[in-house]
Design a protein around this ligand. Structure first.
Ligand code: NA7
Length: 574
């Protein structure tokens, strides 16, 4: 497809179709992030012939699947619910090899999508977005890229990821360690030889749990430094044969329809019977089945009360604790792996493969740093209040400055020079998780308080991108140059998001769902941030569709800088 120039203001000098992406200075839309969301976003834009580009700080596309290369990294979503749904052709030709596909295949998939739809030529890599300031007189964003370039665009779409800013412990001596060390997010691209090595893993979130289960039998000694245990349940992964894949392909419509129906955007539908309407025996039968089934069933196909009712949650937690005890030989170790400070499923549930069995191995050791905290990193390893440990490799599986971290690190200034980081200092506030009052022409298809983070991510991404595209088309059709959420609409949405937390036990959890991160100033224990929309996919989609149907109620439009009618026609008819 010809990449049309849609420069609509006098600063657009690069009208030469032969110019490379990197030499242009103005775009109608700049998309930031070439991950799952950015890839779909640019696909939708180029399909319309919009002059758009993607900037990404990485050396290549893939976002999460580009960066996270640690062993064991994989979906907890059924692979065939994770892929894009927009192209029948793509669905028909891609064979997911495993029910829960691993990082290498996921990255191959995203590359395949980009190549198939010729999207790579609209992407610029090693391009970190440093700043974006809104030019109020011209309704433009002035964008500063890490390579020194200054670009302008009418709209910025931030597809920067929810978990894209890894955080390290605030420990002294990290740089003094003489062995190899890395955060899981920055796992090296070349294979890491761990055979016979003494390896430390700090952190037992979803990442640590995947990693530990995978490497326990491949390293010399593995020492896990656990501050708080996490609940987790078996992934029960398996390969997908040609026959199964053919069957999945024939059922794709049904599969995506089921995802659209469920709160989490997965295939797992909640058990809508009342927790106390069925006998305890019946509950146990359900849990026995769900625990041994693949995927998030034990979390999402459970009774809805487990998310809201302390007693119901406690009964399920006891059941899971008992299943853990059956898998870990040393009951003292099992006891340390069972969370006692929060109930099952109120934090993000990690799914595991052989995680608990890893602790039955002689070469795997668990250090409870809740009891004997880490003091510092030394030249040779780690020091706790109890003793010194020596390692060849230290892996930090210590999580992310989640949800708002990537936004906070960009100098984003809206009307009156207000910075987004200052506005969101205590907590984000948005309209539908996709727009922010005071920051016109900024779109976040998967922003804080949208439903994407609390759902099967690509399903949320498609909903978010589709809605943003509808809004852009509305703007272009009417010749507007500015769109901004009103303060009232933002306040209403944020209050609704907060209300949705009030009924959930998760509001009390020390997890990235509530903005907790001991390694980020201001995010320590005690500050709850309302990051996610917990009303579920169907409700979220209903609300955003209603907003669109009502002429984008809650958004004000303006046309300070009128586009040339011809340029506008070109874009819309493309
Ligand atoms: P998480 O879920 O935030 O887990 C981070 C883990 O690291 C967790 O066990 C933390 O313990 C531990 N941690 C963090 N900082 C420290 C310090 N300073 N010292 C010791 N231990 C620490 O991140 P993940 O990467 O595992 O998962 C993130 C998401 O990625 C996941 O939910 C998936 O959606 C994909 P804590 O519990 O805070 O005591």
């Amino acid at each position: 497809m010809k990449h049309k120039s849609a420069d609509i203001v006098d600063i657009g000098k690069n009208r030469d179709g032969n110019m490379t992406e990197g030499s242009k200075s103005h775009y109608e839309v700049i998309v930031v992030g070439a991950g799952v969301a950015g890839i779909y976003q640019i696909k939708r834009l180029v399909d319309l012939g919009i002059d758009a580009t993607v900037l990404d700080s990485a050396a290549d596309l893939g976002g999460t699947w580009y960066w996270n290369r640690y062993p064991g990294c994989r979906f907890d979503s059924e692979s065939y619910t994770y892929g894009y749904s927009f192209s029948r052709d793509l669905l028909d030709e891609w064979h997911w090899k495993e029910r829960f596909s691993g990082q290498p295949e996921n990255l191959r998939y995203l590359n395949h999508v980009a190549d198939k739809f010729n999207l790579r030529r609209h992407m610029q890599f090693n391009c970190k977005l440093e700043a974006m300031h809104f030019d109020e007189a011209r309704d433009l964003w002035r964008v500063k890229v890490g390579d020194g370039r200054e670009l302008t665009c009418r709209f910025v779409v931030l597809a920067v990821g929810l978990l894209s800013v890894p955080t390290m412990p605030r420990l002294e001596g990290i740089d003094s360690f003489k062995g190899r060390s890395f955060h899981t997010y920055y796992w090296p691209h070349e294979p890491v030889d761990m055979a016979g090595k003494k390896v430390a893993v700090i952190g037992t979130g979803a990442t640590g749990i995947q990693l530990i289960g995978e490497i326990a039998d491949k390293v010399g000694e593995l020492t896990v430094f656990q501050r708080r245990p996490n609940w987790s349940a078996p992934l029960n992964n398996s390969p997908i044969s040609d026959e199964e894949m053919a069957d999945i392909r024939a059922r794709y419509d049904e599969i995506f329809a089921a995802c659209a129906r469920t709160p989490g955007g997965f295939l797992h539908e909640p058990d809508r019977r009342g927790f106390y309407d069925v006998s305890r025996e019946e509950r146990l039968r359900l849990w026995d089945r769900l625990y041994d089934e693949p995927g998030f069933g034990i979390w999402l196909a459970n009774f809805r009360e487990i998310f809201m009712n302390e007693a119901a949650n406690a009964e399920l937690s006891e059941y899971i604790a008992e299943r853990i005890c059956r898998r870990v030989r040393d009951l003292r170790v099992a006891e340390k792996l069972i969370p006692r400070d929060h109930g099952f499923g109120v934090q993000r549930l990690p799914l595991e493969t052989d995680y608990f069995e890893a602790y039955n191995r002689d070469n795997v050791h668990l250090v409870d740093i809740g009891e004997t905290p880490l003091l510092r990193v030394t030249e040779k390893g780690l020091r706790t209040t109890e003793r010194d440990y020596e390692f060849d490799i230290i892996v930090y599986a210590t999580g992310f400055d989640a949800i708002t971290g990537a936004y906070d690190r960009i100098d984003i200034r809206g009307l009156g020079g207000e910075t987004l980081a200052a506005k969101w200092k205590d907590a984000p506030s948005t309209f539908l998780g996709m727009l922010v009052h005071g920051f016109p022409n900024l779109l976040m298809p998967t922003g804080p308080q949208s439903a994407s983070a609390s759902t099967n991510f690509p399903r949320g991404i498609e909903n978010g991108v589709n809605w943003c595209m509808g809004l852009l088309q509305y703007i272009w059709d009417r010749g507007y140059t500015r769109a901004e959420a009103t303060r009232e609409a933002e306040q209403r949405w944020t209050a609704h998001v907060v209300k949705m937390y009030e009924i959930m036990l998760m509001r009390k959890a020390k997890s990235w769902f509530t903005g907790y991160n001991s390694n980020v100033a201001g995010h320590e224990e005690g500050t709850v941030r309302y990051f996610l929309y917990n009303g579920g996919t169907p409700k979220f989609v209903g609300i955003i569709n209603d907003v669109a149907a009502n002429g984008y109620e809650g958004i004000v439009f303006g046309s300070n800088a009128r586009p040339e009618p011809e340029a506008l026609r070109t874009r819309i008819s493309a």
